[in-house]
Design a protein around this ligand. Structure first.
Ligand SMILES: [Ca+2]
Ligand SMILES: [Ca+2]
Ligand SMILES: [Ca+2]
Ligand SMILES: [Ca+2]
Length: 357
Protein backbone atom coordinates (compact mmCIF):
# COMPACT_ATOMS: atom_id res chain seq x y z
CA UNK A 1 0.00 0.00 0.00
CA UNK A 2 1.26 3.47 -0.85
CA UNK A 3 1.44 5.26 2.42
CA UNK A 4 1.37 8.67 0.75
CA UNK A 5 -2.19 8.04 -0.31
CA UNK A 6 -3.14 7.81 3.31
CA UNK A 7 -0.98 10.44 4.86
CA UNK A 8 -0.96 13.21 2.28
CA UNK A 9 -4.70 13.90 2.28
CA UNK A 10 -4.64 13.56 6.02
CA UNK A 11 -1.80 16.04 6.42
CA UNK A 12 -3.47 18.45 4.06
CA UNK A 13 -6.72 18.41 5.94
CA UNK A 14 -4.91 18.53 9.24
CA UNK A 15 -3.02 21.64 8.23
CA UNK A 16 -6.13 23.33 6.89
CA UNK A 17 -7.98 22.68 10.09
CA UNK A 18 -5.10 23.90 12.17
CA UNK A 19 -4.93 27.00 10.05
CA UNK A 20 -8.46 27.82 11.02
CA UNK A 21 -7.79 27.13 14.67
CA UNK A 22 -4.78 29.39 14.51
CA UNK A 23 -6.83 32.08 12.85
CA UNK A 24 -9.48 31.90 15.48
CA UNK A 25 -6.93 31.87 18.28
CA UNK A 26 -5.15 34.90 17.03
CA UNK A 27 -8.17 36.80 15.84
CA UNK A 28 -8.55 38.93 18.89
CA UNK A 29 -4.91 39.81 19.19
CA UNK A 30 -4.30 40.49 15.52
CA UNK A 31 -3.61 44.07 14.70
CA UNK A 32 -6.11 45.38 12.23
CA UNK A 33 -5.05 47.78 9.52
CA UNK A 34 -7.30 49.99 7.47
CA UNK A 35 -8.11 48.54 4.09
CA UNK A 36 -8.68 50.48 0.96
CA UNK A 37 -11.53 48.42 -0.42
CA UNK A 38 -15.10 49.37 0.32
CA UNK A 39 -15.81 46.17 2.17
CA UNK A 40 -13.83 44.86 5.06
CA UNK A 41 -12.87 41.27 5.59
CA UNK A 42 -12.35 39.63 8.95
CA UNK A 43 -9.00 40.66 10.43
CA UNK A 44 -6.24 38.31 9.44
CA UNK A 45 -4.21 36.53 12.03
CA UNK A 46 -0.84 37.47 10.71
CA UNK A 47 -1.37 41.01 9.59
CA UNK A 48 1.40 42.76 11.45
CA UNK A 49 4.38 42.44 13.72
CA UNK A 50 2.74 40.38 16.31
CA UNK A 51 3.68 39.16 19.70
CA UNK A 52 2.61 35.58 19.10
CA UNK A 53 2.65 35.28 15.36
CA UNK A 54 5.08 32.39 15.29
CA UNK A 55 2.55 30.25 17.06
CA UNK A 56 0.85 29.48 13.82
CA UNK A 57 3.69 27.04 13.28
CA UNK A 58 3.51 25.69 16.79
CA UNK A 59 -0.12 24.93 16.43
CA UNK A 60 0.17 23.63 12.93
CA UNK A 61 2.51 20.99 14.19
CA UNK A 62 0.50 20.31 17.22
CA UNK A 63 -2.74 18.87 17.92
CA UNK A 64 -5.21 17.00 16.01
CA UNK A 65 -6.88 15.51 13.08
CA UNK A 66 -10.52 16.41 12.89
CA UNK A 67 -12.48 13.96 10.89
CA UNK A 68 -15.25 15.61 8.95
CA UNK A 69 -17.54 12.65 9.31
CA UNK A 70 -17.14 12.42 13.01
CA UNK A 71 -17.13 15.96 14.18
CA UNK A 72 -18.98 19.17 13.78
CA UNK A 73 -15.78 21.13 14.29
CA UNK A 74 -15.07 20.58 10.63
CA UNK A 75 -18.22 22.51 9.82
CA UNK A 76 -16.81 25.45 11.72
CA UNK A 77 -13.68 25.47 9.64
CA UNK A 78 -15.65 25.80 6.45
CA UNK A 79 -17.91 28.56 7.67
CA UNK A 80 -18.05 31.48 5.33
CA UNK A 81 -16.83 34.84 6.49
CA UNK A 82 -18.90 37.90 5.96
CA UNK A 83 -17.73 40.94 4.13
CA UNK A 84 -18.92 43.99 6.05
CA UNK A 85 -19.10 47.43 4.54
CA UNK A 86 -17.92 50.50 6.42
CA UNK A 87 -21.39 51.45 7.66
CA UNK A 88 -22.04 47.95 8.96
CA UNK A 89 -18.71 47.93 10.75
CA UNK A 90 -19.43 51.29 12.39
CA UNK A 91 -22.89 50.24 13.44
CA UNK A 92 -21.69 46.94 14.93
CA UNK A 93 -18.76 48.60 16.68
CA UNK A 94 -20.99 51.18 18.36
CA UNK A 95 -23.36 48.42 19.43
CA UNK A 96 -20.46 46.53 21.04
CA UNK A 97 -19.18 49.75 22.62
CA UNK A 98 -22.58 50.58 24.14
CA UNK A 99 -23.54 47.08 25.19
CA UNK A 100 -20.25 45.49 26.16
CA UNK A 101 -17.37 47.91 26.55
CA UNK A 102 -18.62 51.16 28.08
CA UNK A 103 -19.43 49.71 31.47
CA UNK A 104 -20.13 53.03 33.22
CA UNK A 105 -22.19 54.31 30.28
CA UNK A 106 -20.51 57.69 30.05
CA UNK A 107 -19.95 57.41 26.27
CA UNK A 108 -16.18 57.39 26.80
CA UNK A 109 -13.94 54.34 26.59
CA UNK A 110 -11.02 54.04 28.97
CA UNK A 111 -8.05 51.71 28.66
CA UNK A 112 -9.47 49.61 31.49
CA UNK A 113 -12.82 49.22 29.74
CA UNK A 114 -11.06 48.22 26.52
CA UNK A 115 -8.72 45.86 28.30
CA UNK A 116 -11.57 44.03 30.03
CA UNK A 117 -13.38 43.51 26.74
CA UNK A 118 -10.25 42.29 24.96
CA UNK A 119 -9.72 39.78 27.75
CA UNK A 120 -13.28 38.50 27.42
CA UNK A 121 -12.87 38.05 23.67
CA UNK A 122 -9.51 36.34 24.03
CA UNK A 123 -10.78 33.99 26.72
CA UNK A 124 -13.85 33.13 24.68
CA UNK A 125 -11.81 32.20 21.62
CA UNK A 126 -9.53 29.99 23.69
CA UNK A 127 -12.35 28.39 25.62
CA UNK A 128 -14.35 27.70 22.45
CA UNK A 129 -11.33 26.06 20.93
CA UNK A 130 -10.68 23.93 24.02
CA UNK A 131 -14.36 22.95 24.24
CA UNK A 132 -14.49 21.96 20.60
CA UNK A 133 -11.38 19.83 20.75
CA UNK A 134 -12.29 18.33 24.12
CA UNK A 135 -15.67 17.21 22.77
CA UNK A 136 -13.97 15.64 19.76
CA UNK A 137 -12.13 13.17 22.00
CA UNK A 138 -15.30 12.04 23.78
CA UNK A 139 -13.75 12.14 27.26
CA UNK A 140 -14.25 9.13 29.47
CA UNK A 141 -15.60 9.21 32.99
CA UNK A 142 -13.27 8.08 35.73
CA UNK A 143 -14.12 7.61 39.36
CA UNK A 144 -11.66 9.09 41.81
CA UNK A 145 -11.79 9.03 45.57
CA UNK A 146 -12.22 12.56 46.82
CA UNK A 147 -10.21 13.81 49.77
CA UNK A 148 -13.13 15.09 51.80
CA UNK A 149 -16.08 13.00 50.75
CA UNK A 150 -16.89 9.37 51.28
CA UNK A 151 -18.29 8.89 47.79
CA UNK A 152 -16.02 8.77 44.78
CA UNK A 153 -16.18 11.77 42.48
CA UNK A 154 -16.50 11.49 38.77
CA UNK A 155 -13.88 13.07 36.59
CA UNK A 156 -13.77 13.44 32.82
CA UNK A 157 -10.44 12.56 31.26
CA UNK A 158 -8.81 11.78 27.92
CA UNK A 159 -6.03 9.19 27.97
CA UNK A 160 -2.89 9.49 25.86
CA UNK A 161 -3.82 6.33 23.94
CA UNK A 162 -7.21 7.73 23.13
CA UNK A 163 -5.66 10.98 21.98
CA UNK A 164 -3.26 9.11 19.70
CA UNK A 165 -5.94 6.90 18.20
CA UNK A 166 -8.33 9.77 17.57
CA UNK A 167 -5.66 12.03 16.14
CA UNK A 168 -3.25 10.12 13.93
CA UNK A 169 -3.66 7.51 11.20
CA UNK A 170 -2.91 3.90 12.24
CA UNK A 171 0.17 3.86 10.00
CA UNK A 172 1.77 6.61 12.06
CA UNK A 173 1.30 4.69 15.30
CA UNK A 174 3.18 1.59 14.16
CA UNK A 175 6.62 0.91 15.56
CA UNK A 176 9.71 1.34 13.44
CA UNK A 177 11.50 3.97 11.45
CA UNK A 178 9.41 6.16 9.15
CA UNK A 179 9.79 5.24 5.50
CA UNK A 180 8.72 8.52 3.89
CA UNK A 181 9.33 12.21 4.67
CA UNK A 182 5.61 12.61 5.32
CA UNK A 183 5.60 9.80 7.85
CA UNK A 184 8.67 11.25 9.49
CA UNK A 185 6.84 14.55 9.85
CA UNK A 186 3.90 12.83 11.48
CA UNK A 187 6.17 10.91 13.85
CA UNK A 188 7.86 14.18 14.81
CA UNK A 189 4.44 15.66 15.50
CA UNK A 190 3.63 12.75 17.79
CA UNK A 191 6.89 13.18 19.70
CA UNK A 192 6.13 16.85 20.15
CA UNK A 193 2.56 16.10 21.21
CA UNK A 194 3.84 13.60 23.78
CA UNK A 195 6.13 16.22 25.31
CA UNK A 196 3.24 18.69 25.47
CA UNK A 197 1.03 16.02 26.99
CA UNK A 198 3.48 15.24 29.78
CA UNK A 199 3.96 18.95 30.35
CA UNK A 200 0.20 19.46 30.70
CA UNK A 201 -0.37 16.36 32.87
CA UNK A 202 0.12 18.07 36.23
CA UNK A 203 -0.86 15.07 38.36
CA UNK A 204 1.15 12.70 36.18
CA UNK A 205 -1.54 10.04 35.80
CA UNK A 206 -1.13 9.86 32.02
CA UNK A 207 -4.59 11.25 31.29
CA UNK A 208 -5.64 14.86 30.96
CA UNK A 209 -8.53 16.46 32.78
CA UNK A 210 -10.15 19.38 30.99
CA UNK A 211 -8.02 21.90 32.88
CA UNK A 212 -4.89 19.97 31.95
CA UNK A 213 -6.11 19.66 28.37
CA UNK A 214 -6.29 23.44 28.10
CA UNK A 215 -2.58 23.61 28.89
CA UNK A 216 -1.99 20.99 26.23
CA UNK A 217 -3.85 22.93 23.54
CA UNK A 218 -2.71 26.38 24.65
CA UNK A 219 0.53 26.10 26.65
CA UNK A 220 1.41 29.67 25.65
CA UNK A 221 -1.52 30.93 27.74
CA UNK A 222 0.01 29.75 30.99
CA UNK A 223 3.20 30.77 32.76
CA UNK A 224 3.34 27.25 34.26
CA UNK A 225 2.93 25.35 30.98
CA UNK A 226 4.49 27.91 28.65
CA UNK A 227 8.02 26.54 28.71
CA UNK A 228 7.15 23.84 26.21
CA UNK A 229 5.89 26.45 23.76
CA UNK A 230 9.22 28.28 24.04
CA UNK A 231 11.10 25.03 23.33
CA UNK A 232 8.91 24.39 20.28
CA UNK A 233 9.47 27.90 19.00
CA UNK A 234 13.24 27.44 19.40
CA UNK A 235 13.14 24.14 17.54
CA UNK A 236 11.14 25.70 14.72
CA UNK A 237 13.34 28.72 14.29
CA UNK A 238 16.89 28.00 15.48
CA UNK A 239 18.11 26.21 12.37
CA UNK A 240 21.84 26.31 13.19
CA UNK A 241 21.15 25.05 16.72
CA UNK A 242 23.21 27.67 18.55
CA UNK A 243 20.36 28.25 21.04
CA UNK A 244 19.71 31.73 19.68
CA UNK A 245 17.34 32.93 17.00
CA UNK A 246 19.10 35.33 14.67
CA UNK A 247 17.30 37.96 12.62
CA UNK A 248 17.81 35.78 9.54
CA UNK A 249 16.31 32.74 11.25
CA UNK A 250 13.43 34.88 12.49
CA UNK A 251 12.70 36.28 9.04
CA UNK A 252 13.01 32.86 7.39
CA UNK A 253 10.44 31.51 9.83
CA UNK A 254 8.01 34.40 9.34
CA UNK A 255 8.32 34.00 5.60
CA UNK A 256 7.36 30.38 5.97
CA UNK A 257 4.31 30.90 8.17
CA UNK A 258 2.93 34.13 6.68
CA UNK A 259 0.44 34.38 3.86
CA UNK A 260 -0.36 37.07 1.35
CA UNK A 261 0.46 39.88 3.78
CA UNK A 262 4.07 39.30 2.73
CA UNK A 263 3.29 41.07 -0.51
CA UNK A 264 2.92 44.37 1.31
CA UNK A 265 6.15 46.26 0.45
CA UNK A 266 6.52 47.37 4.08
CA UNK A 267 6.05 43.91 5.51
CA UNK A 268 9.70 42.83 5.80
CA UNK A 269 10.93 46.10 7.30
CA UNK A 270 8.05 46.14 9.79
CA UNK A 271 8.95 42.61 10.93
CA UNK A 272 12.63 43.49 11.20
CA UNK A 273 11.80 46.61 13.19
CA UNK A 274 9.67 44.55 15.55
CA UNK A 275 12.56 42.13 16.09
CA UNK A 276 15.15 44.83 16.65
CA UNK A 277 13.16 47.33 18.68
CA UNK A 278 10.89 45.07 20.64
CA UNK A 279 11.99 41.44 20.87
CA UNK A 280 15.78 41.73 21.02
CA UNK A 281 15.92 43.34 24.46
CA UNK A 282 19.71 43.31 24.86
CA UNK A 283 20.26 44.44 21.25
CA UNK A 284 22.81 41.77 20.40
CA UNK A 285 21.10 40.87 17.13
CA UNK A 286 19.54 37.58 18.18
CA UNK A 287 16.97 36.19 20.58
CA UNK A 288 18.21 34.11 23.47
CA UNK A 289 15.96 31.84 25.47
CA UNK A 290 14.79 34.55 27.87
CA UNK A 291 13.94 36.87 24.98
CA UNK A 292 12.10 34.06 23.23
CA UNK A 293 10.15 33.35 26.39
CA UNK A 294 9.08 36.98 26.80
CA UNK A 295 7.82 36.85 23.24
CA UNK A 296 6.02 33.51 23.41
CA UNK A 297 4.72 33.67 26.99
CA UNK A 298 4.87 37.38 27.84
CA UNK A 299 4.81 38.49 31.44
CA UNK A 300 3.17 41.77 30.53
CA UNK A 301 -0.59 42.02 30.04
CA UNK A 302 -1.22 41.66 26.31
CA UNK A 303 -4.78 42.99 26.56
CA UNK A 304 -3.63 46.09 28.37
CA UNK A 305 -0.88 46.74 25.83
CA UNK A 306 -3.38 46.33 23.00
CA UNK A 307 -5.87 48.65 24.74
CA UNK A 308 -3.29 51.43 24.98
CA UNK A 309 -2.21 50.86 21.40
CA UNK A 310 -5.80 51.28 20.22
CA UNK A 311 -6.26 54.42 22.27
CA UNK A 312 -3.07 55.93 20.90
CA UNK A 313 -4.38 55.48 17.36
CA UNK A 314 -7.68 57.30 17.70
CA UNK A 315 -7.48 59.58 20.74
CA UNK A 316 -7.79 62.90 18.95
CA UNK A 317 -8.18 65.16 22.00
CA UNK A 318 -5.43 63.33 23.92
CA UNK A 319 -7.43 62.70 27.08
CA UNK A 320 -6.47 58.99 27.11
CA UNK A 321 -10.05 57.93 26.41
CA UNK A 322 -11.98 57.30 23.22
CA UNK A 323 -15.31 58.82 22.33
CA UNK A 324 -17.89 57.03 20.19
CA UNK A 325 -16.95 59.48 17.44
CA UNK A 326 -13.25 58.50 17.66
CA UNK A 327 -14.24 54.89 17.16
CA UNK A 328 -16.51 55.69 14.23
CA UNK A 329 -13.82 57.79 12.60
CA UNK A 330 -11.10 55.16 13.00
CA UNK A 331 -13.35 52.12 12.68
CA UNK A 332 -10.92 50.21 10.43
CA UNK A 333 -8.50 49.95 13.35
CA UNK A 334 -11.05 48.47 15.72
CA UNK A 335 -12.17 45.37 13.86
CA UNK A 336 -10.67 43.18 16.55
CA UNK A 337 -13.28 44.48 19.00
CA UNK A 338 -16.00 42.65 17.11
CA UNK A 339 -16.69 39.16 18.44
CA UNK A 340 -15.62 36.45 15.96
CA UNK A 341 -19.25 35.43 15.35
CA UNK A 342 -19.88 38.76 13.68
CA UNK A 343 -17.70 37.62 10.84
CA UNK A 344 -19.44 34.35 10.29
CA UNK A 345 -21.98 34.20 7.48
CA UNK A 346 -25.09 34.51 9.54
CA UNK A 347 -27.34 37.22 10.86
CA UNK A 348 -25.19 39.04 13.43
CA UNK A 349 -28.12 40.95 14.85
CA UNK A 350 -29.87 37.72 15.80
CA UNK A 351 -30.51 38.36 19.44
CA UNK A 352 -29.46 35.09 21.02
CA UNK A 353 -25.99 35.02 19.55
CA UNK A 354 -24.34 37.29 22.05
CA UNK A 355 -26.16 36.51 25.21
CA UNK A 356 -23.07 34.93 26.65
CA UNK A 357 -21.25 38.24 26.72
CA1 LIG B 1 -16.80 54.62 30.00
CA1 LIG C 1 -3.65 14.10 34.60
CA1 LIG D 1 20.38 30.20 15.65
CA1 LIG E 1 19.25 39.36 22.20
Amino acid sequence: MDIRKVVLPWLKKHLLTMKFLVLSCLLVVALAEPQSSSTTAAPKASDKPQSIQHQSALKESANQHLDAKKDSAEATSTEEYRQLNADEVKQLLLKVVDENIDKDHNALITADELKEWLKILQEKVIQDNVNRQWAYYHPQTEEVLSWEGYYPEQKQVVSWERYLNYTYPDEALKEGEPTTPEMKEVKDMIRRAERRWENADVDGDGSLSKEEFRDFIHPEESQRAGGVAVIEAMEDMDKDKNKEVSLEEYMAHLNKVSGEEKEDPNWASAQQGHFTNFLDKDKDGSLNEAEMREWVVPTYDRSEAEAWRLISIADRDQDSQLSRKDIEEYHEYFLTLLPPEYWVQDDPTESSRHDEF
